[in-house]
Design a protein around this ligand. Structure first.
Ligand code: CTP
Length: 233
């Protein structure tokens, strides 16, 4: 598979990202409550892995920072860094961001983490547990957005659950708040879009454009997103 990916990239139709360094985040984060439990979400990482693989196919040098997933490391010129919690994901991104040309934040980062980690399994002897105190996690996309240099392109995702008009407004608000150059909107209101599926339906939104795509395989969606990016390099 590795040989095929390298040959494919070498002889590929377009090496539009040759010489570019691309950072991709993917998957969920697992914020530990105790040694056997965590707060997480249903993200499988498929979209981010597809973007990393396609960027490598186009000749980029890719760093994929991945939360826990069942997916194998993508073949080709992809350095896969496995992390578990949001703070580790942030540290891994910060260590390469200065040398990055394009960063695509597709991870579904847990917004909150338990304030205290209980180092032994919480027993079920209590009739109820009053609360698990949560603290806000760092916003990785916003942190990178705040130190972005001219010439670096930062792309975010927005997973929304509401009606289309609200979803677009929320996505544009995130574009501004996190100082992104582009945001990929997908909404759970669309069948076949979102977590776990092999397909996705996205609208790519920039400051001066919005392009809506049909329902497609995540590999094809990755290709559309990278086309939008290369058009604006
Ligand atoms: N993101 C991130 N770090 C976080 C939260 C989100 O890097 N702690 C990134 C995601 O990878 C995505 C973008 O920010 O590219 C938007 O994520 P989303 O969860 O839709 O937005 P939130 O800022 O978490 O807003 P909300 O949960 O209120 O919709």
């Amino acid at each position: 598979e590795k040989i095929a990916a390298v040959l494919d990239a070498f002889f590929g139709r377009q090496l539009s990202l040759k010489g570019k360094k691309v950072l991709v985040t993917a998957g969920p984060t697992y914020e530990r409550i105790d040694p056997v439990r965590f707060i997480g979400n249903f993200s499988t990482g498929k979209m981010g892995y597809a973007i990393a693989a396609e960027a490598a196919r186009r000749g980029a040098d890719v760093t994929l920072v991945s939360g826990p997933t069942d997916l194998p490391d993508p073949a080709g010129s992809v350095n896969t860094v496995r992390v578990e919690i949001a703070r580790q994901m942030l540290a891994a991104c910060e260590s390469v961001f200065a040398q990055t040309d394009i960063a695509v934040m597709s991870a579904a980062v847990a917004d909150y983490a338990p304030k205290h980690f209980v180092d032994r399994k919480i027993k079920r002897e209590h009739d109820s547990v009053d609360s698990i105190e949560l603290v806000k996690n760092p916003d990785i996309a916003a942190t990178l957005g705040a130190c972005k240099r001219a010439g670096q392109l930062l792309v975010g995702f927005a997973l929304e659950t509401g009606a289309t008009a609200d979803a677009e407004a929320n996505a544009r608000e995130k574009l501004d708040r996190k100082n992104l150059d582009m945001i990929v909107l997908n909404t759970l209101a669309d069948k076949g879009a979102g977590f776990g599926t092999d397909t996705n339906k996205v609208t790519v939104i920039g400051r001066d454009f919005a392009e809506a795509f049909q329902l497609k395989s995540k590999a094809e969606v990755a290709s559309d997103i990278l086309d939008c990016i290369t058009d604006r390099l």
